[in-house]
Design a protein around this ligand. Sequence first.
Ligand SMILES: Nc1nc2c(ncn2[C@@H]2O[C@H](COP(=O)(O)OP(=O)(O)OP(=O)(O)O)[C@@H](O)[C@H]2O)c(=O)[nH]1
Ligand SMILES: [Zn+2]
Length: 357
Amino acid sequence: MIEQYGWSDALRLSFEPHAHAGYLPGRIILQQRETNLVVTGAGNLSARLSGRLRHEAREAGHPAAGDWVALSANADEGTAIIHAVLPRRTAFVRRAADSVQTLQVIAANIDVVFVVTSMNAEFSPRRLERFLAAAWQSGARPVVVLTKADLCEQPEAEAAKIATLAAGCPVLVVSVLKGLGLGGLLDHLSPGETCVLIGSSGVGKSTLVNALLGEERMATQEIRAADARGRHTTSHRQLVLLPGGGLILDTPGIREVGLIDADEGLSTVFDDIEHLAQNCRFGDCGHSSEPGCAIRKALDEGFLDAGRWAHFQKLSMELAALALAKDQMSQEVERRRLAALQRSYRSSKKDLRDLRS
Ligand SMILES: Nc1nc2c(ncn2[C@@H]2O[C@H](COP(=O)(O)OP(=O)(O)OP(=O)(O)O)[C@@H](O)[C@H]2O)c(=O)[nH]1
Ligand SMILES: [Zn+2]
């Protein structure tokens, strides 16, 4: 059962200490507030966090959909307690909606990210860059999916242009309406691997998931043709098996990840800019009015698109702010750990004194 969900030898190895402790392995397929739906060898269980994990979660964040966990099960009741979370291979992280400080893992152990964007009027290079950076940052392999090819006069030529923005990742052209290119998507996913779809509202993610599942599993909604903007369709979403043996995680949180928290994602998407900057005369060039600035030169001569440059700067600033927040968060965790150590030290000293007196 859990083999289908990606359980592997590597996982079995890292689970060994938990197996010795008598725990069962499972994978979270749906995470909603206090409850986690976990697939296990004993069926699907509704699991809560142990007291210790709940306490830790206040700082380290809650386990996420896609996480592998160690549980003690009450199979008769269909419930379980989660005692530990296995190390993640990859993770999608974002700032919690209610705070600048808190980072939240919204999906874990993802192998492939399909960055979905449509070929009609709503296509935006800036948005593609942002989603690609988020995809790279997660640690998974990005694959660009261009939807609604039927609305595009020359989809292949358009795709070739878009591929220049996508820094070496595969670019697939699909039309669910015409039944084109769906097999190509599944070719990028091996059995037991997990994918997610990210992209703006209305680009056709639900339609694509339905087509992949071969049924009307997700609710889709008519798009407003006039302005080519989609409306939000919310439905119950979780980690599900695809016919080819792959898995898809489709949760509202993952769909619009736009925030990134590491430089790797950015430098992969903007490697042209990184290369250019290496040619600036000064190593610490601010690319504003320094003499011999290669970026300025490229902008003036039209080799570097001004919009792309502005977007790179904006994302760099967001990254810096996020890195700062992350730093403060880990300092806070460290401070509390120290305080707890000091408290236990003081109380053991007191115990000693009490013992002596
Ligand atoms: N012409 C055409 N329209 C499509 C295609 N795929 C999806 N659509 C339409 O695009 C609209 C939006 O599709 P959805 O699948 O709901 O988009 P979504 O990305 O899931 O949107 P959210 O749920 O808001 O994130 C619907 O009206 C679909 O019928 C396609 O291949 N061709
Ligand atoms: Zn410069």
